[in-house]
Design a protein around this ligand. Sequence first.
Ligand SMILES: [Ca+2]
Ligand SMILES: [Ca+2]
Length: 246
Amino acid sequence: MKSKIFRTLALPISVLSLAISSAAMASEMVEIDGFKIDKYEVTNAEYQKFLDWVTDNGDASVRHSSQPENKDHTPRYWKSFVPKVLKNNGMAKLQHFDDETFKQPNQPVVGVDWYSAYAYAKWAGKRLPTEAEWELAAAGPDKNIWPWGNEFAFDKVNSGGYEHKGERDGHIYLADVNSYPEGVSHYGIFNMAGNAWELVDMADGNAVIRGGGSSSYPSGVSTQSRKVYEPTFKSFNIGFRCAKDL
Ligand SMILES: [Ca+2]
Ligand SMILES: [Ca+2]
């Protein structure tokens, strides 16, 4: 698998030390130092390189101290499976999926838990973004409801959508990470709304995901969108991107 996508975007100097409110911290204001954040969600092609490295070297130097023993970092949906649970729910009526659906090289890697995202980021010389960083990168200085602004548009995001059950934006499941260029944030960052939910820094021992995914309603792909899970939780809707200190 090959990826030619340029990865990291340096945020402009004007955002340094900008105070924003974070959903994680209610109405508290937080100071953000300068940072870099990936322009795209981490792809399957990139994640494959990490897995290859782990195969050769083990993960001892990159794993989190609370990672469970004998952790397998292979994404759940890279393995053959039959989606037995999809017999009669809405997803089954939309489109069959199998082990190829979530393995395309420039799609975001999904089916990884917080520990694997943490290890990948460390391996890449980066880290997961804090929630405040993620939110600033998504909402921009004007605190937009969606990364591009305050008016929803189906052609700007891979959401679930109300109409046509998700097909209105062209993708029922995942789109390539450089899709929806009209929906970039103020800083030019792709798919902070929708496509894959994004794991960010852990909060109180829990994994936090932001931004909504390919099956979220328009209101669920806002820049405030947030869910909390146990750090070993995996889903076909959850991936991540990385950040880095300047
Ligand atoms: Ca969609
Ligand atoms: Ca996303």
